[in-house]
Design a protein around this ligand. Structure first.
Ligand SMILES: O=C(O)CCC(=O)C(=O)O
Ligand SMILES: [Fe+2]
Length: 322
């Protein structure tokens, strides 16, 4: 059977991120490719991203082992016990698509490890605090901590490339990238049931809340991206050695919707257990997110009022965990 995306010849682009380390000419080429990708669907793959395959293998190994723990051991780490939204989220624990049944996924949330003495924790700042680490698998904490830091660094590179794509100075998002609020989320999707409830699926249609999302996929398809220009879902199937990157709602706010935060969903029709690892990069909680002057054409009004990273995130969490 023909691959559905080939019908109109518009699969998501693959962007070679090593161009960022090249000469000016290559950096400009990257900015151009990225601008194009962001103007199209806001979803693309990145290759040559510098993250070791060996680290990615360990992330999947330990994520699988975590979800294979007995239910009582997972529930003992329930994120409801954490003031920073860290830990385990059982199957059907979130409803990303309003009006649909809860999502057929279980998850585990990890963030920067901050102890009680940290001023951000003392001040009760949103999503800041300690993680809930499982005893087993033994390498879990080290693996996820290493991957978390690698993702923060990669996100800052992507923000640099995005600044260039927008025609801004490469360091434009430097303050945004300072002491960033990031969330690493391990996900496990059981196979789609044979007789689902109407609208029941792995992950309801949603946009991501933050700045950029770096999504690690296993070998199973299931992710779909909304193509608003053609009114259809595009399959974002895994491509070995790449990450899927998509823009979050903050980018839409900054750019007054020049760049979109694109709707996506997961239906795990692969018949297999599907694992994925999104990393949400939301940036400096105090950073102001308001319409960039360069993105406001004469006579246009900003589509969104100014906000901060933290206020925006709190609002988005409130909506999906109502
Ligand atoms: O599992 C996936 O492929 C996508 C997950 C996702 O969109 C999310 O967690 O926000
Ligand atoms: Fe998402």
């Amino acid at each position: 059977m023909m691959h559905s995306t080939s019908l109109t010849g518009a699969p998501l682009p693959v962007i070679d991120l090593s161009l960022l380390n090249g000469a000016d000419e290559q950096r400009l080429a990257l900015a151009h490719l990225l601008d194009h990708a962001c103007l199209q669907t806001g979803f693309f793959y990145v290759s040559n991203h510098g993250i070791a395959g060996e680290l990615i293998d360990r992330v999947f190994r330990d994520a699988r082992a975590l979800f294979a723990l007995p239910e009582n051991q997972k529930v003992a780490l329930h994120k409801g016990r954490s003031r920073a939204n860290r830990g385990y989220e059982p199957l059907k624990g979130q409803t990303l698509e309003p009006g649909s049944p809860p999502d057929l996924k279980e998850g585990f949330y990890i963030g920067e490890e901050l102890d009680e003495s940290d001023p951000r924790v003392k001040a009760g700042r949103f999503n800041q605090g300690a993680n809930q680490w499982p005893q087993s698998p033994p390498a879990f904490r080290d693996t996820m901590t290493e991957y978390f830091h690698a993702m923060n660094a990669l996100s800052a590179q992507i923000m640099e490339a995005l600044a260039m794509a927008l025609g801004l100075s490469p360091d434009f998002f430097e303050d945004f990238c300072r002491a960033p609020l990031s969330t690493l989320r391990l996900l496990h999707y059981p196979p789609q049931p044979p007789s689902p409830q109407p609208g029941e699926k792995g992950c309801g249609a949603h946009t991501d809340f933050g700045g950029v999302t770096i999504l690690l996929l296993d070998d199973n398809p299931g992710l779909q991206v909304w193509d608003a220009r053609n009114n259809r879902w595009i399959d974002a199937d895994p491509i070995p050695g790449t990450f899927v990157v998509n823009l979050g709602d903050m980018i839409a706010r900054w750019t007054n919707d020049r760049y979109r935060s694109t709707l996506h969903r997961v239906i795990n029709t692969s018949g297999a257990e599907r694992y994925s690892v999104p990393f949400f990069y939301s940036g400096n909680p105090d950073h102001e997110v308001s319409c960039l002057p360069a993105c406001l054409a004469e006579g246009d009004q900003p589509h969104y009022p100014p906000t901060t990273v933290e206020a925006h995130l709190m609002e988005m969490y409130r909506r999906t965990y109502a």
